[in-house]
Design a protein around this ligand. Structure first.
Ligand SMILES: Nc1ncnc2c1ncn2[C@@H]1O[C@H](COP(=O)(O)OP(=O)(O)OP(=O)(O)O)[C@@H](O)[C@H]1O
Ligand SMILES: [Mg+2]
Length: 454
């Protein structure tokens, strides 16, 4: 990963102060662009990426407080440090309420300022750098890593590293898109079998008879189309791991055959009565409720107990919202670099929206949403209107669907506030706002009139 280099916009009308600070930043290898008035500063800010803005409060024309206000409006995640003399300390204190990171008294004590900057930078790095889970081999040969800081995912990682080197069969449970296949590859690559094949087969993707010949292979002449012999996946996986994805979709007849392979560690190709020994570790996965399937006689209990020596449950994304910022930033970075863009970050409001959504398609759905958002974004920030509309709409709808009619006054307040917020995001553009809100433009106009908004 590229090492993060700080980029600072430094604003002060006193040339001496500018020069002194710039010299120190140069020494510390911190990139700093000076501006000796507010207008110049805002111009620079709107055309460049800065991690931090350091600004004097009192300047002729545009003040440091005006700059703070604009910066927070344009890119709220930028950190602003206010420099202040005793004369303007009131403004400085007020600036904290407006979102400034900190204020520092002039004349500046360099150590104090540098410590503050380093604090901010490590914070930025923490927020954006996704750290892999402990104990797992990383990254996997696919270039992927299981990311997460939530206790639930940490426990998954611990369990994986604990059982990787046993040869126990593992079943991975979880909704679609929660990372079951990723977990399976992590187990394989953390185990001693890492140098050997990892062979995956999706049991739902083949009709019954085809699944059997895919798994077991066949000899020439085993059936009409068998013009030559073919190695099956079981044989390919010899020495390594066989991943049976969507095992819940396997038909009972196939289940019986797989059970035999598991019990005897041997199998026969179709059209052959020669038994072949294999050494495979079986990992299976399903998003079905296997216990229910057993109850309904669609899944064999004996196979279930065989597969289920260890079971790992991948949590749905809505149950680990604390991992959403980490994953969102990770995908933003990944797709930005794939699309040849510099750095794209998720702004605060969009992040809030991501955190509130309930992600029925889990991590896969989020990866897709971020890919789309990166493509639509201005190349710097993902904003709320870059996100798939249903993501924003559903939340508006949830607010509108409040059943208690006695609260209608409050609801109106919420709606009014929400509309205003969206209008602010779109800089007053009503068509765009209506689109984000998921309502017709005429409906929006009617609501604006009702609320007396100009
Ligand atoms: N914790 C995670 N960290 C990083 N990427 C993840 C994580 N969980 C899932 N992903 C990514 O999300 C996508 C979906 O994961 P995966 O294919 O493993 O899910 P699945 O549970 O097998 O889904 P399905 O049931 O639909 O087959 C993949 O691109 C995977 O790399
Ligand atoms: Mg899968």
């Amino acid at each position: 990963m590229v090492e993060q280099k700080a980029r600072i916009l430094l604003v002060d009308d006193e040339e001496n102060c500018l020069r002194a600070l710039k010299d120190v930043f140069d020494l510390e290898d911190i990139e700093c662009i000076p501006a000796n008035n507010g207008l110049k500063a805002l111009d620079l800010f709107s055309h460049n990426d800065f991690d931090i803005v350091i600004t004097d409060v009192r300047m002729p024309g545009i003040s440091g407080i005006d700059i703070l206000r604009q910066v927070k409006r344009l890119r709220p995640e930028t950190h602003v440090i206010i420099l202040t003399g005793y004369g303007s300390i009131h403004d400085a204190v007020a600036s904290i309420k407006m979102g400034a990171y900190q204020y520092i008294l002039k004349p500046v004590i360099m150590d104090e300022l540098l410590t503050l900057i380093k604090d901010i930078l490590s914070r930025i790095e923490q927020e954006s750098s996704a750290s892999p889970l402990q104990g797992l081999k990383e990254p996997l040969p696919s270039g992927k890593t299981i990311l997460g800081q939530s206790v639930r995912l940490q426990n998954v990682a611990k369990l994986i590293s604990k059982i990787a080197n046993t040869d126990l069969p593992v079943i991975i449970l979880g909704e679609s898109g929660t990372g079951k296949e990723l977990a399976a590859t992590a187990i394989h690559h953390t185990s001693d079998r890492a140098g050997k094949p990892f062979v995956a087969i999706n049991c739902a993707a083949f009709p019954d008879t085809l699944l059997e010949s895919e798994l077991f292979g066949y000899e020439k002449g085993a059936f009409t189309d068998a013009r030559s012999s073919k190695t099956g996946r079981i044989e390919e996986a010899d020495g390594g791991t066989l991943f049976l994805d969507e095992i819940g979709d396997m038909k009972p007849a196939m289940q019986a055959k797989m059970l035999r392979v598991l019990e005897e560690q041997e199998f026969q190709r179709l059209g052959s009565n020669k038994s072949r020994k294999v050494d495979i570790r079986i990992i299976s996965a399903t998003n079905r409720d296997l216990r229910l399937a057993i109850h309904e006689k669609a899944f064999r209990a004996d196979l279930y107990y065989r597969l289920n020596a260890v079971s790992i449950t991948m949590p749905p994304l809505r149950e680990i919202p604390e991992d959403i910022p980490l994953l969102a930033n990770h995908f933003a970075r990944e797709f930005a670099s794939r699309f040849g863009r510099s750095t794209v970050q998720v702004d605060k409001e969009a992040m809030e929206c991501l955190k509130r959504y309930n992600w029925p398609g889990n991590v896969r759905e989020m990866a897709n949403a971020i890919r789309r958002a990166v493509a639509l974004s201005d190349g710097k920030l993902i904003r709320i209107f870059d996100l798939p509309p249903h993501l924003v709409q559903e939340q508006t709808a949830a607010q509108e669907a409040e059943p208690d009619t006695s609260k209608s006054l409050l609801l109106d307040d919420i709606e009014r506030e929400h509309i205003l917020k969206v209008l602010e995001i779109t800089s007053g553009n009503k068509s765009e706002a209506a689109q984000i809100l998921g309502i017709h433009r005429d409906t929006l106009l009617r609501k604006l009139k009702k609320y007396g908004v100009e």
